[in-house]
Design a protein around this ligand. Structure first.
Ligand code: FMN
Length: 250
């Protein structure tokens, strides 16, 4: 499948004869990717073909952004020395996070904690310590002049700035999954933004938004991701009013 400009959208009826043959996804593939794109922290060492990444970027660029400014930028890092440098920049933030959240205590005395908790903390810690082994690192940034931060004046933490970059990031995650690739999105590299920008020659006007480790998953995919049911977050007409039968999408 080539990255062409001619590919067009359908009217949504996937069975329709109007669907361009160049589409490889059916609606089932999309929903499956949405439900089954876990954070992967252990990867095979196999390289990822550039063609596959290009295909994912080609689809991800159709994400929405305020004013259609498309401020996203991505640096693909595969060079072993640069990957090691990114790990070195990631680790201080990770270790501080482990201290702050109690993860360091879990690792120091694993027998005192639930096995599932130990496994989760250990997995995330292994990911951080072995970040340089992840075959592809996507460093995702956004052009600050392209962001319209409509909630900047509210007396609370701003959230809207991210709205013009994270739909693109989610498109990347879904696209990677659709290609059979595994990924881990993290944000702990962002506090080391100045050093990361200097390492990769990223211009001043770019803010770091995410780091995505990419590769082929070592081990099987999980059967089901742990998520709260629809009834806990979606309401009908008024906050707290149930939408649909409770427990139907649990
Ligand atoms: C904004 C953000 C930051 C995250 N930071 C980390 C991180 O620092 N380390 C890590 O191992 N996973 C990180 N994750 C992954 C989450 O832990 C993961 O999405 C969550 O536990 C659900 O995991 P699952 O999709 O495998 O079920 C992050 C995810 C998001 C969206």
């Amino acid at each position: 499948m080539e990255a062409t400009a001619e590919r067009s959208c359908t009217d949504g009826s996937l069975a329709s004869a109007r669907q361009p043959v160049s589409y490889s996804l059916s609606s089932v593939d999309l929903f499956e990717a949405m439900r089954c794109a876990p954070t992967t922290r252990h990867f095979k060492p196999d390289p990822v073909p550039q063609e596959v990444l290009l295909r994912v970027f080609d689809a991800a660029r159709f994400a929405p952004s305020g004013g259609n400014r498309q401020g996203w930028r991505v640096v693909v890092v595969q060079d072993p020395e640069r990957r090691a440098a990114l790990r070195d920049l990631y680790l201080p933030g990770w270790r501080a996070y482990m201290e702050h959240t109690g993860g360091a205590t879990v690792l120091a005395d694993p027998t005192s904690f639930d096995r599932a908790v130990v496994r989760r903390v250990q997995g995330a810690n292994d990911y951080a310590e072995r970040l340089h082994e992840v075959p592809v690192h996507l460093v995702v940034g956004v052009r600050l002049p392209d962001l319209a931060v409509t909630d900047a004046g509210l007396p609370r933490q701003s959230i809207v700035g991210g709205a013009s970059i994270y739909p693109f990031v989610q498109n990347l995650l879904l696209g990677l999954r659709a290609e059979g690739l595994a990924a881990a999105m993290t944000t702990l590299l962002v506090p080391a933004e100045a050093e990361v920008k200097s390492l990769l020659g990223i211009p001043e006007e770019i803010a770091l938004a995410a780091h995505i480790g990419v590769g082929y998953r070592a081990g099987p995919w999980p059967k089901r991701l742990a998520r709260r049911p629809v009834s806990e977050f979606a309401f009908l007409e008024h906050w707290g009013e149930p939408l649909g039968e409770p427990g139907r999408f649990a």
